[in-house]
Design a protein around this ligand. Structure first.
Ligand SMILES: Nc1ncnc2c1ncn2[C@@H]1O[C@H](COP(=O)(O)OP(=O)(O)OP(=O)(O)O)[C@@H](O)[C@H]1O
Ligand SMILES: [Mg+2]
Length: 443
């Protein structure tokens, strides 16, 4: 089975989505495990705390007895004080009289620390009717509901005199945050891995896509080139055969055939020149022969070369410039080619009578030359691509327009070698304007 690119992309996309889902399920269950482990730790904390409470209560009791013993033996005369001292010894006190909330708190704190749970908590001690047995501070009051419904709780034994066993409950308001923090490392690694895979995939697909486009463009170019080469070659071949033919050996026809061969040969070398130029540009070996040139003059010369052709088509070409002198330090031959390419395109890519307007002006830093046509225009998505090497817009009904997609790439390179920039503005079916700006100071 031959897999094409689309199938592979779909397969990998499905695989990546699957991986992400599996990863999410896994992370979710890891969070659940952490949560239940946290709850278990909190429960164990409470178990140890409730085992310690009776000891603290006992200790408190001993301390109190020593104190009241002192009171009784220190010769109390006041009857009220005596009564108080006796009450101190009675077994009917409240839980809050036997142990303070602070003492319980420090027991809890120590146990939580032992287990590495260092997040904020609130606790409460209640009777079976969910009535608080301690005076509550504001934090505890705020979380009363959660303490009773969601808190981890445990019934505990106070001492032999307190028959009703109270319930201690503990609640962690920032439990989720604490667990998330603990898992941050593994979560971020997962995220980074997923993003890396997605990016690598995206990169691979775009590269393959680009390569494919490039190979299509190259194929087009080779087809075009062979086609272009074939015509002069066969013409030359025919002319040679004719020259060999004794019947056609009159001096006039000989001259015609030689002229034909010469013309076709010039065309051939022109083609080879174009390709070579691009190769040289590609290698960055293009050297400019800079001299003082007049841009307006160059444009005028190019214009006159095309005048006849445009007249034959019934069109018009005009130059608007109030500058008589646009002296520029540049390579005359290459600059001539630049405008030649632009005007050639302006004539080629139009379905109507060509109306070409060229304007040249001077700003503070640059010479700005605009070449405007009323041609077929360039759609937005192709605007940036026309300067790519070998790129030709598939032109539908203008399909027979010949070209290699090298012109604008060459133009751009030459403009940039002169330190300038080129851009294009265009509306589909309305026309295009190519804007070249060349720096006045060009050393
Ligand atoms: N003035 C224009 N109006 C509309 N489309 C244009 C214009 N100039 C260029 N294009 C589009 O940009 C493409 C690239 O132009 P470029 O001059 O680089 O190549 P080409 O004209 O096809 O071939 P050549 O190498 O012979 O110049 C053209 O194929 C054409 O689709
Ligand atoms: Mg061109």
């Amino acid at each position: 089975m031959r897999l094409n690119l689309k199938t592979i992309v779909t397969l990998i996309s499905v695989a990546i989505i699957g991986l992400i889902i599996v990863q999410m399920i896994w992370i979710n269950s890891a969070i659940e495990v952490r949560k239940s482990q946290f709850d278990q730790d909190a429960r164990n904390t409470l178990i140890e705390v409730t085992q310690l409470i009776p000891k603290v209560v006992q200790q408190n009791e001993q301390n109190r007895q020593i104190k009241s013993q002192k009171k009784l033996t220190s010769g109390v005369t006041d009857i009220n004080a005596l009564f108080d001292a006796m009450l101190d010894n009675t077994p009917f006190q409240k839980v809050s009289d036997k142990i303070t909330s602070k003492q319980i708190d420090s027991l809890i704190k120590a146990q939580l620390q032992k287990r590495g749970i260092n997040t904020s908590y609130v606790f409460g001690v209640y009777d079976v009717n969910a009535e608080s047995l301690f005076e509550q501070d504001t934090a505890t009051k705020k979380y009363t509901k959660q303490l009773i419904s969601e808190g981890i709780n445990l019934q505990f034994f106070v001492d032999n005199f307190t028959l009703k066993q109270p319930i201690i409950s503990i609640f962690f308001p920032q439990k989720n945050r604490f667990i998330f923090k603990k898992m941050l490392f593994i979560l971020s690694i997962s995220l980074i891995l997923i993003l890396t895979v997605i990016y690598a995939f995206y990169f691979t697909v775009t590269t393959i896509h680009k390569q494919k486009q490039l190979s299509e463009i190259k194929n087009d170019f080779i087809n075009n080139m062979t086609h272009e080469l074939k015509t002069p070659i066969s013409t030359i071949q025919l002319a040679c055969e004719a020259l060999n033919d004794k019947d056609m050996n009159s001096p006039e026809s000989q001259q015609t055939f030689v002229a034909m061969i010469n013309q076709e040969n010039t065309r051939l070398s022109g083609l080879v020149e174009t390709v070579l130029k691009t190769a040289i540009l590609d290698k960055g070996q293009m050297k400019l022969k800079k001299e003082e040139v007049n841009l307006v003059e160059i444009i005028e010369q190019v214009k006159s070369k095309f005048s006849l052709k445009i007249k034959q088509l019934g069109g018009d070409i005009s130059i608007a410039s109030d500058l008589a002198d646009m002296s520029f330090e540049g390579d005359e031959q290459h600059l001539t080619n630049v405008f030649q390419n632009l005007i050639d395109n302006a004539i080629k890519y139009t379905s109507e009578i060509p109306q070409i307007k060229i304007s040249a002006l001077k700003t503070v830093k640059d010479f700005v030359i605009k070449v405007n046509d009323n041609g077929i225009g360039i759609s937005k998505e192709n605007l940036n691509r026309v300067f790519e090497k070998l790129y030709r817009i598939p032109t539908g009904d203008l399909h027979n327009v010949k070209g290699f997609g090298l012109g604008l790439n060459y133009v751009k390179s030459i403009v940039e070698l002169h330190g300038g920039t080129i851009s294009v503005k265009s509306t589909k079916d309305k026309g295009s304007t190519f804007i070249i700006s060349l720096p006045i100071e060009n050393k």
